[in-house]
Design a protein around this ligand. Structure first.
Ligand code: PBG
Length: 334
């Protein structure tokens, strides 16, 4: 700030530029556009299903046929990409999350259906085992420990089946060490060198994920109740830079910070340090807090846009948000 010529009152009046709409617009420093939005969607088995998620008012789990219907509007709105999250039937979950590497699993079938119908829509998929394990953790448990390297053996295969199904962006979200490098190598060996990797590089052990775990039915069974042996300590900031640096070295094309609004400081540090495409995830708990308050009339619905603009101010290139669709509609009418 030391180089800024501050000026002095009364010759300098900062309110002058704020007086009128035209001048406010002229000097506006950040804008939110539809290109900044990624819509996360929950997918489930069945036909013609739109299952309301109780802890996320206005968010549904859709069967594949209904996803295709919803996506028509998403494509018309020009939202660039969607992120898919599967709710796996309990009967198919096991200790090792073996459904994750089945090339006909729910997520692979969803990717194929989307790509057949909307080839130009970007598809992002999580690579992590938590939707598939009966203990709800993101990795394999050996002797009561979430085993890093045993998990990597499965993750690379999970990434490959998704890439083969047509996924554009692989998003490893489990915070195991070395996963980006292993997945990058494995994809390259199998001639998927053009599949992008968006690393959930700085992902915190946050309670803001609660509603998401309801949505994919992994909350009830989370053994030990916490993911803090692999996700980051919410008190840490320098560690986020190390995580990102390592992921860039291992081949990440883009990085993500998660959750979003409580971690704007992390987004800002990462963007200014690395200048890599940087994404923020406004997670389920953030959505539910805002939506709940708006639905109750406690907050004006304009807080949604304000929250998304805060990510842009912090330096994010894009935002995964459950508000993507409604905000895209609002932006169209602006
Ligand atoms: C799975 C995953 C989670 C989210 C995205 N991918 C949950 C978790 O790590 O427990 C959370 C998203 C949200 O809360 O909206 N690894």
């Amino acid at each position: 700030m030391t180089n800024i010529k501050v000026g002095q009152f009364p010759s300098t009046r900062l309110r002058r530029l704020r007086m009128k709409d035209f001048s406010r617009r002229m000097v506006s420093e950040n804008t939110l556009s539809v290109n900044d939005l990624i819509w996360p969607i929950f997918v489930c088995e069945g036909n013609n299903i739109a299952d309301a998620i109780k802890s996320m008012p206005g968010v549904f789990r859709y069967s594949i046929d209904n996803i295709l219907k919803e996506l028509e509007n998403v494509v018309n709105l020009k939202i660039p990409a969607v992120a898919l999250f599967p709710q796996i039937d309990h009967a198919l979950k096991d200790e090792n999350g073996s459904q994750a590497i089945d090339e006909n699993n729910l997520i692979c079938r969803t990717i194929k259906a989307i790509k057949q119908n909307f080839p130009d829509l970007g598809v992002i998929c999580d690579v992590a085992l938590d939707p598939y394990t009966n203990h709800g953790h993101d990795g394999i448990i050996i002797d009561d420990i979430i085993h890093n390297d045993a998990t990597l053996d499965i993750l690379e295969k999970q990434a490959l089946v998704q890439a083969i199904a047509g996924c554009d962006i692989i998003a490893p979200s489990d915070m195991m060490d070395g996963r980006i490098g292993r997945i990058r190598n494995f994809l390259d060996q199998h001639k998927h060198e053009d599949t992008l990797i968006l690393s959930y590089a700085a992902k915190y052990a946050s309670k803001f994920y609660g509603p998401f775990r309801d949505a994919i039915s992994s909350s009830g069974n989370l053994k030990g109740g916490s993911k803090s042996s692999y996700q980051m300590d919410v008190a840490n900031s320098n560690e986020a830079l190390r995580e990102v640096a390592m992921d860039i070295n291992e081949g990440a094309d883009m990085v993500m910070i998660k959750p979003g609004m409580p971690y704007l400081d992390i987004i800002q540090r990462i963007k200014s340090e690395f200048q890599i495409p940087t994404f923020a995830y406004q997670v389920s708990g953030e959505y539910s807090m805002i939506k709940g308050a708006v639905n109750n009339g406690w907050l004006d619905s304009k807080v949604v846009k304000e929250s998304l603009l805060s990510f842009k101010r912090a330096g994010a290139d894009g935002i995964l948000t459950y508000f993507a669709r409604e905000i895209a509609e609002e932006l169209q009418n602006d």
